[in-house]
Design a protein around this ligand. Structure first.
Ligand SMILES: [Zn+2]
Ligand SMILES: [Zn+2]
Ligand SMILES: [Zn+2]
Ligand SMILES: [Zn+2]
Ligand SMILES: [Zn+2]
Ligand SMILES: [Zn+2]
Length: 155
């Protein structure tokens, strides 16, 4: 049976918990590091840091020391921090993070169609063949243009 005083709001506080019911209050905690030993409350001090993560609560910290993280490739498996090395490259994109690099693009020719070219019309056929071409990477969206074909340069 519930204590009548508790029901009307007069708990018998011992630290942060009531001795008669499961009620807790946010004062009088009994801290063991960052955690109260009587209730689920944690505080943001005296964490038990093991590398980048607290051993007692789920708090993670930013640390400039790469040794503090548990790297699996470019991502820390504890706090999901990222580093710019050991990426798992799939073409120009990393499979694990949003990193991209300027190599191994998957270029697609997206040059706008020139339209019908009558091969006897030398001038138009030449223009179609020599115009700059546009390429777009299907993975990262990077675009590039190749210069037009200018045969007179090589004569
Ligand atoms: Zn109570
Ligand atoms: Zn407490
Ligand atoms: Zn902690
Ligand atoms: Zn980490
Ligand atoms: Zn990566
Ligand atoms: Zn790309």
């Amino acid at each position: 049976m519930k204590n009548l005083l508790c029901i009307i709001g007069f708990h018998s506080w011992k630290g942060c918990t009531c001795i008669h019911c499961p009620a807790t209050r946010d004062t009088g905690h009994d801290w063991d590091g960052c955690k109260c030993i009587h209730c689920p409350v944690t505080r943001d001090s005296e964490h038990d840091w093991v590398g980048c993560k607290c051993n007692r609560c789920s708090k993670t910290r930013t640390t400039d020391n790469p040794q503090d993280h548990n790297w699996d490739g470019c991502v820390c498996i504890k706090c999901y921090s990222r580093r710019n090395q050991d990426h798992d490259w799939n073409g120009c994109l990393c499979r694990r993070c949003s990193a991209r690099r300027d190599q191994d693009h998957d270029w697609e020719d997206v040059t706008p169609a020139f339209g019908y070219v009558d091969s006897t019309d030398f001038q138009t056929a030449y223009e179609a063949a020599s115009r700059p071409r546009e390429y777009r990477c299907s993975q990262c969206g990077e675009t590039k243009q190749t210069p037009g074909y200018e045969p007179w340069r090589y004569e």
